[in-house]
Every structure is written in structure tokens, then in C-alpha cells.
Ligand binder design. Sequence first.
Ligand SMILES: Cc1cc2nc3c(=O)[nH]c(=O)nc-3n(C[C@H](O)[C@H](O)[C@H](O)COP(=O)(O)OP(=O)(O)OC[C@H]3O[C@@H](n4cnc5c(N)ncnc54)[C@H](O)[C@@H]3O)c2cc1C
Length: 482
Amino acid sequence: MNRPERTSVKRVAVVGGGITGLAAAHRLREIGIQTGREISFSLLEAEQRLGGVISSRQEDGFLLEAGPDSFITDRPGVLRLAERLGIQDRMIPTRPEHARSFVVRKGKLHPTPAGFYLIAPSRLLPFLTTPILSLKGKFRAGLDLLIPRRKSTEDESIGNFVIRRLGQEALDRLAQPMIAAIYGGDPMHLSLLATFPRFRRMEEEHGSVIRALWAAARRQSGADRSASTASGPRYGLFMSFDTGLQLLVETLRHRIPPETIRTGTAVEQISPDPGGGWRLRLRGSPGPGERFDALILALPGPSTARLAQSFDPGLGNRIAEIPYGPSTTVSLAFRKTDIGHKMDGFGFVIPAQEGFRIRGCTFCHRKYPARAPEGSALLRAFHDRLYSDLSDEELVEKTREELARLLGIRGEPILARVARYPGGLPHYPVGHRLIVTNIRDRVERHPGLALAGNAYGGVGIPDCIQSGESAADAVAGYLAQL
Ligand SMILES: Cc1cc2nc3c(=O)[nH]c(=O)nc-3n(C[C@H](O)[C@H](O)[C@H](O)COP(=O)(O)OP(=O)(O)OC[C@H]3O[C@@H](n4cnc5c(N)ncnc54)[C@H](O)[C@@H]3O)c2cc1C
């Protein structure tokens, strides 16, 4: 047991200054104000800037999002926080007039069948007439209506689920690129229950994914039904901020006392303090390190796993079982007149079997207003590799070549930026929920320790905020009992 010393003001270290750590620090501040019981905390961030993978900036009239560009609103994390921060009126929806997307088939862009939802159709006619699937592939997908439900409640990969219910072709040509656009990674290795548990529920309750989607479409009101005619993901659920997602980061930064924020401070080692609490050794600081009563590790899984090794190797090993895959974005701006394609949508995805380097592309100037000056188009291609063997210039050129083939681009880009994320995104493996349960059980053995971030219960920004805030609540509850 690792009981802290009894002093009046308790000290908490929040390690990691991405959106998770910022949300945790902000929540600690809120709790302090609400309860009148001051919690002294430090937000320790290795880099010189806050925000982690979130990074938006203005350049030559373009609004560039290097990492995430949207958040989903069917999870409350961002909405509730934005309300408390008073920035809800700065939230902007995607542009409904362009709410459609494309899928590449044999090197050409085809509209995603209207009403197609990630792995299966909710509307019959657009699915039957799409050239993306062969007749045989459509017939096989339709067998979902007849195939008996699976009896086992065990986890399986989302890829396996799609093959089992809708067939290999539906996976290869539609589901794989759409799932990869959200999670990165190979659907054959991603946990169904940790990524899309609702598809398993659909199978259980309706005996068929297609039948469940039809039932959901029937339940929708008339107004909503028009939204479901848009093709691709449920775009009406996605939002951003007028000046980009960085607004959330900056607003949080200003709500946290400046003296608590310590950028350029990397935590190198964590050990239990003999007198209780935790000792953190910081990079470049000699001596035994700083003591804290409680600890929130708001880091990507691999970083948490490394730090946990020194005080609980079993915990570190369990966290290390959650793999992460790299991600790279290449933003390219062109004159609209240099692009042959009308780009009447939010972008496109490319099945892996098409043999392109890029996995997809967002038409940023179509998705949200004020992303590019009049007459310009801002495209953002994404890769699921780092391409460390290529310089930025080489990667820009390879990306441009592929976009030129797909969109009929003639001119050179007027702006090009590359952002590489070696850590990228977690690829929740089959059995992920059990891994997380084991991790939570082990964390219980360390009073005053909380883990948060995208490794555990969701990769999206709303999930990260939620996990950061829950970690802060747990730590505050622990300190209150001392
Ligand atoms: C390219 C890309 C696109 C995405 N698109 C979307 C999207 O559109 N919508 C969406 O909802 N989600 C999206 N995501 C996912 C989402 O953005 C992330 O899951 C989320 O932002 C992660 O936040 P975080 O704070 O947990 O981690 P991070 O942002 O990774 O922050 C962790 C921080 O910890 C710091 N750190 C690491 N080690 C240490 C240490 N030892 N000591 C101190 N500090 C340390 C790092 O420097 C970093 O700042 C995307 C992710 C990527 C990579």
C-alpha cells in the first residue's frame, strides 16, 4: 500500500498535456473550486506545446489541421466541456450541402451508396446500383438477412464479423477502408466489441445487420431520414470549432493556472515513495525526483507501459499488449481550377487492395467553412505508415502524384505540409475489453493512481476527455478520503 503523507494541500501530477491530460487538469481545477478544497496539481508535458496530436494553425488563409479535424457529438465529452468552457457557440457542423463521400474502385471515385453505414446498407436501391461491389458481392452481402446469428458471445475481429455476415467483398471494398479511416489498422486484427459493439447487438437483436439498419431507418423521423440519404459516415454527427480543434486546447490552457503547466518536462521514471505517494524523475533533473500524492497518467499506451514497468511490470506488460499504429497526414492546397474533379463531398477512402499509398483524403474546404481562401482547395491525405525512408518533399510528391491520378490535378500545390505521428492510433486487439479489465484490476492495487487516454475505452476526442475527467474524479475522491 502506497499511502501518502498527511499534509493539508495534496499534490497531483497529471502526466501528458494532450487533450486527455488537459481535460483531467481542468477537472481537478473545477473540483477544487466546487468543493473549496484546493488540489495542487502540475501538468507535466514533454513537448514545448500542449495539445498532443491536436494541432490547428492558420497559414496563408488556410486553416490546417495536422491531426484530428472533427469530433463526434453522439458522445458527450466535447459538448459538455465546451458548454462549461463557454465555447459552445464556436462549434460548427459539417456543411450539409456536401455531406457525401466517395470510395475508390479501380482507380476511380464512386459515391458511397446512399444510406450505407460503415459495413452494411440501410437502403436497398443505392446499394443494388453501386458499381463498387460486383453482383456476386451484393448477393453475398444480402445473405446477411438469412444467416443465423452467432451463438458465442466472445469477441472477434470486426473483419471476421463482416466476412461472416456480409462477405469478403463487402469487407475489402467498403468496410475495410471506412474502418481504417477511423481506427487505422487492419480490421482483421481490430476487436469488434471494443470498436463497434453495436454491430454485435444488431446481430443479437435482429438476427441481421441489414435488418437492424432498416429498422433504425424506419424509426427515424422524416427530418432525420433526409440526413440518412447522405452517403458515408453519419456526417451530421461531426463537428469542429470555427478556428479548428486547437480552440479547445487553448481555452483549456487559459482555464488552468499558468504556474501548474510545465511544458518541456518529460517524466522518465515513476516509483512509489517510501513515505507514501509517488516519486517522479524528470528528464534532466538530478536527485530522487519530485513527490506527489496522486498520479494521473494521461499518455498513449506505449508511454504508460514504459513508465509502469518500473513500479509494476505486470501492469506495464498488460498495457503493452495494446498495439499502436503510425499515422501521417499530408495537407496540400491547390487552385480549384487546377483540379478536374468537382470534389462535391467531404472526401474519399481507398481500399488497401487498390494498391495506393494513401488510404484516403478529406476535402477540407468542403467539410467545414473557412478552411481555405476563395478559389482554393485544401486536401488532406492520410497514410497509415510513417514513410520514414522518405523526406517530407518526397512524401509530398508521392502523395501529389496519387491525388493527381484520382482527382485529375494538373498544377503544383500552392502549400504542402506533412505531419507524422509515430504513435498514431491504438488498434484495439481482439479481447481488448478483457485486457482493459485486467489493467483496471491492477491499477486498483495502487491507490492514488489513475490511467486515462485513448488506450482503454475509445480513441476519439470525446472519449479521451471523458477518460481524463473520470481519472480526475477518481483521484479527487481518493484524496478526499485521506
Ligand atoms: C492523425 C490523427 C487523426 C485523428 N483524427 C481524429 C478525429 O478526427 N476525431 C477524433 O475524435 N479523434 C481523432 N484522432 C484521435 C484523437 O485525436 C486522439 O486519440 C487524442 O487526441 C489523444 O489525446 P491524448 O491526450 O490522450 O494523447 P496525445 O494527444 O498523444 O497526448 C499525449 C501527450 O503526452 C506527452 N507525453 C508522452 N510521454 C510523456 C512523458 N514521459 N512525460 C510527459 N509527457 C509525455 C506527449 O508529448 C503528448 O503531448 C486522431 C488521431 C490521429 C493521430
